[in-house]
Design a protein around this ligand. Structure first.
Ligand code: GDP
Ligand code: MN
Length: 400
């Protein structure tokens, strides 16, 4: 789960990581009142969306005049912001963070994330703050420093010194060494206590009055640990999530929306991946990943069907079920019942294999519904692709 910048900064503050004074704002009136109260030399008005690249997209505004804050807030609130991370549709700005601006002497990059290869948390730091770290890594990899932390002993002072010297802090600003090393310890504590998978501060700045400050903040929490942190439930912003994915989560389904036109419903993640591959091999693109689980029931199948049919890109549905724990005739019942509930105007191919597959296929054939039953995976994939028409994206044709 991702949270907003203002929420990340609240967490930073709780863990002793310095942040600017600021407040979440949802209305123009609140913006006006807060600006008057804040009374700062510089004001920063920032769009709160779950995407980076806001600065370049015009989502971060600065002014020295508090009276201009409401006008800046008006420009951003309700506007759709398109950044390189939002995709072309962009994100609607519903909240702002209005804070005291900092005088920047130096921008650094700092993050802490889980390195999946070693299984250890690793700090990543760079003197090239404010830039995309991927870009720095591509152009000048020597400027990206890494400091892995052995979770058995936790963060140690020498880890901090390694990074501080690596960044050249003693030459840059020697008084910042101590606060920097302390700050890394606090970040590590936050990371572990809140079960984060990523904390990114870009930029982490040294201000003109020689203080460290997190000017931006991104925190991702491991979904599997959310049950331990009821406080995060309140931080969830459903506007920032794919509506179909929310519905899937509510029905205990693993669903990821993609851009193809063949909706697929499969039991088991491995089979779901194979199904997506086979759809591609047959010349089309999957509209989603959907794993209804090894113990799929009539109800989960019905919920999956509803979700697939709500996706306007879906021009055909491919249901691929292996009856190991589940029984195929139950799945067939689920398909038939939900197909009766919603008028299906698109082709559906169902491949059933395993326990009671024959019985399931018979039910489908006798249902009177326009559902094609199949036994073989390759045959089924070719069938659904033939019924929906090949729609492979023509990359060569659009490139100019
Ligand atoms: P992002 O573009 O979505 O990553 O948003 P950021 O929070 O990183 O803001 C973009 C840029 O705005 C930063 O890299 C800074 O250069 C600038 N910025 C943000 N806050 C301040 C501030 O308080 N003072 C000054 N001078 N610049 C700021
Ligand atoms: Mn940033």
């Amino acid at each position: 789960m991702n949270i907003h910048e203002f929420q990340a900064k609240q967490l930073f503050a709780q863990f002793g990581i310095p942040v600017p004074i600021g407040r979440e704002i949802k209305t123009l009136l609140a913006a006006e009142k807060w600006a008057a109260k804040l009374n700062a030399p510089v004001y920063v008005v920032k769009a709160q969306i779950h995407a980076g690249g806001r600065g370049k997209a015009g989502g971060v505004k600065l002014t020295k005049n508090g009276a201009e804050v409401p006008a800046l807030a008006k420009e951003l609130l309700g506007r759709t912001l398109v950044t390189h991370q939002t995709g072309p549709k962009g994100r609607k700005v519903r909240r702002l963070l209005i804070e005291e601006g900092a005088g920047i002497a130096k921008e650094l990059y700092l993050s802490l994330l889980l390195d999946r290869d070693s299984g250890w948390p690793v700090f990543i730091a760079s003197t090239e703050g404010g830039m995309e770290i991927e870009e720095v890594a591509a152009k000048s990899p020597e400027k990206v420093l890494k400091e892995p932390i052995d979770p058995a002993v936790g963060y140690q002072g020498y880890n901090g010194r390694n990074l501080a010297y690596g960044l050249g802090l003693p030459a840059l600003e020697p008084t910042i060494m101590g606060p920097f090393i302390t700050m890394l310890g606090n970040l590590y504590r936050l990371f572990m206590e809140k079960n984060a998978s990523l904390i990114e501060i870009n930029p982490l700045v040294i201000t003109q009055d020689k203080k460290l400050m997190a000017l931006d903040g991104k925190v991702s929490i491991d979904d599997n640990a959310l049950f331990k942190h009821p406080d995060f439930q309140a931080m969830r912003d459903l506007h920032e999530e794919e509506p179909l994915e929310i519905e899937a989560t509510n029905n205990n389904l693993n669903y990821v929306k993609l851009d193809g036109n063949i909706g697929c419903m499969v039991n088991g993640a491995g089979l779901a991946m194979a199904t997506m591959d086979v759809i591609k091999l047959a010349g089309s693109e999957p509209a989603n990943f959907l794993d209804v689980g090894g113990g799929a029931t009539k109800e989960t199948v019905a919920a999956g069907f509803r979700i697939l049919l709500k996706d306007r890109n879906v021009k055909g549905i491919f249901i691929n079920i292996f009856g190991g724990i589940v029984r195929c005739e139950r799945i067939a019942h689920g398909v038939i019942e939900s197909a009766k509930e919603v008028a299906i105007k698109i082709p559906v191919v169902v491949r059933l294999q395993g326990t009671n597959a024959e019985e399931g296929r018979k039910l489908l054939q006798e249902s009177g519904l326009k559902i094609e039953a199949a036994t073989d995976l390759w045959e089924a994939a070719q069938k659904i692709v033939a019924l929906t028409g090949k729609k492979r994206k023509k990359v060569e044709a659009t490139a100019s």
